[in-house]
Design a binder for this molecule. Sequence first.
Ligand SMILES: [Mg+2]
Length: 273
Amino acid sequence: MKKGLSFGIILIIAFLHACQPAETTQPDEAAEIANNQHLLMATAWYQQSAEMAACYYQAFYQAETALKNNLENDESDKPNAIVLDIDETLLDNSPFQAKMIETGKPYSSDFWKTWTDLGEADALPGAIEFLEKTKSMDVEIFYISNRKTNELDSSIENMETLGFPEIRREHFLFKEETSNKDARRAIVQADYDVLLYVGDNLNDYSNFLGDRQEDFGKSSLAENKEILGRDFIILPNPMYGNWEQALKAKYGGETQAEFLEKLKENLVSFDTE
Ligand SMILES: [Mg+2]
C-alpha cells in the first residue's frame, strides 16, 4: 500500500514537471550572451582554420632560424636564454573564449582561473618542437606571463603533462602586481643574454613597443620593425590583446553594442555611386 502511494506521488511529480514550459533564455540572459558574439569568427578561425596552424608553424620556424643566427653572433659572456609568453604563444586558451561566447559572461580573473585550474590547455602548433630545439642548443627557457602566481601550479602541471621540456619553477615569472613585463624581463636580463623574445602581444617584447599611443602603436612599430623576425617573433591572436584595449580606450561606448557600433563607424570603406 505504502509502495503504491509513493509510486503515485512520483507519477504526479513527473506529470507536473512535464507541464512546465520548456526552459527558455530570459531576455537579460539573451542580451548578455549577445555581448560576446563578436568573438565568434576570431575564435572559429583560431580553433578551426589550417591557416592559424600555418601561422604558428611559420613563426616557430622563424624563431628557430633567428635563434641560430643570434647564437652565431653572440659575443656576450653571459649564459644564453630566450623569453616566451605563455597564453596564445605556447598554450591554446581558445576554449575559454568559446565559454565566453557560450555564456555571455565577461572576462574576469575568477572566470579565467576556472579554466586555467583545469590545466587542460593544448600546446600550440610547433611550440614544443621549437623549445626542444632551443634546449638542444643549450639555451635556457624563461616564461614571463601575466597569469597570476596563484595559477602557477596548474600552469606548470598543464605544461609538464603536454611534454614541454625543462619546466623549472624558478623560470616562471608570473604577474604579482603589474601587467608591465619590463621589470620581470630585467630580472632575466641581469643574469642572461636574452637572444629572442616570443609572444602574441607587442608588450611581450617591451612596454615601449606595446605603447599604443595615438595610432595604436603603428608608428613606433614601423620605426622598430627591424626587431621583428630577428629579436622578437610575434604570433597571431585575433581574439583578445592590448590592441583590443586600445580600441576600447579610443572609441569607448557605454555598452558593448555602442562600442561595436563605433568600431563599424571607424572602419575604412569606400563610396559607391
Ligand atoms: Mg599571450
